[in-house]
Design a protein around this ligand. Structure first.
Ligand code: BV8
Length: 244
């Protein structure tokens, strides 16, 4: 039995797969169609900003028609009713967790519906297309706008808050991620060293499968609501007691 007073949840592209958004490394995944070094690195953006804008414009357009699924809604319910400290860290750049009502959320890899100006640093919501010719509404410069996305080789957002939460959590649940990308794939180890119970909910074993104390495989829209029900079903007012 463990007393859950602080939980950290990590999600990846698999949690949004059943909403129709592609994953990266599955069959037909994004990285099977694009060379990530050309569209998801600062060097790729410097070499061909038009190509990178096209890559993100297509995903941003697709996102506007996308809705959260039962896994997103279950995580929002867990945050509301778990009676414990709750942090949701997502590697995803979509806004489906917010649409489902999640609040204590860190987009460690940035957000598709935001852009920022490299000239003045201004960050702004953006759901339309972006081009090299787009002018910054804050400094009126042209050519400096980029997606507010963390590319490979760039520092993820929120790392201090994430590390602090992982170092004091007693439950860590990883959902829908292949465990291929650092530093997200090191979070389970940080949580484990803090004494947390660690759980993987995924369609299939991830690269870090052996690091988890408990694993369940299947689609997120089935697994996540079931596990949230188990957590809330066993709930006490002060945090939760979880049967291992
Ligand atoms: C950093 C934004 C320093 C872009 C992304 C060599 C070895 C090791 C590491 C490195 C190396 N060389 C460089 C590195 C570091 C590098 C890295 O890890 N590279 C990898 C490729 C080897 N990392 C970085 O550069 C990071 N920065 O390290 O800075 C630092 C760090 C900390 C402190 C100080 C300094 C920055 C990485 C961020 C890159 N940007 N996203 C965009 O989205 O366009 S990452 C990219 O992969 C994706 O965006 C995604 O967010 C991320 C992880 O992918 P997943 O979400 O896991 O998706 P994937 O398709 O892989 O897996 C999906 C899973 O879902 C599968 O397991 C599947 O089974 C499952 N699934 C599918 N359907 C379902 C399902 N599960 C449940 N239900 C379903 N229905």
């Amino acid at each position: 039995m463990i007393e859950v007073r602080r939980m950290v949840i990590l999600t990846g592209a698999g949690v949004s797969a059943e909403s129709g958004l592609g994953t990266f490394r599955d069959k037909d995944g994004l990285w099977t169609k694009y060379d990530l070094s050309e569209v998801a690195t600062p060097e790729g953006f410097a070499a061909n900003p038009h190509k990178v804008h096209e890559f993100y414009n297509a995903r941003r357009q697709n996102l506007q028609q996308t809705k959260p699924n039962a896994a997103h809604h279950a995580l929002s319910r867990l945050e509301r009713y778990c009676g414990a400290d709750f942090l949701l860290v997502t590697q995803n750049v979509d806004n489906l967790h917010e649409q489902a009502g999640s609040r204590n959320l860190i987009h460690m890899h940035g957000e598709l519906n935001k852009i920022r100006c490299q000239c003045c640093g201004h960050k702004m919501p953006w759901t339309g297309d972006l081009a090299v010719s787009t002018t910054c509404t804050a400094c009126a410069e042209t050519g400096g706008l980029r997606p507010h996305i963390v590319w490979f080789g760039e520092m993820p957002f929120g790392m201090d808050a994430i590390t602090q939460a992982l170092s004091s959590c007693d439950l860590f649940i990883s959902i829908g991620t292949s465990g291929s990308v650092y530093p997200a794939n090191s979070f389970v180890d940080t949580a484990r060293r803090a004494g947390a119970h660690t759980i993987e909910l995924n369609l299939e074993p991830s690269e870090g499968q052996s690091m988890f104390a408990e694993v369940h495989y299947g689609p997120a829209t089935k697994l996540v609501p079931e596990y949230v029900e188990r957590l809330l079903g066993s709930g006490t007012t002060l945090g939760n007691v979880l049967d291992r």
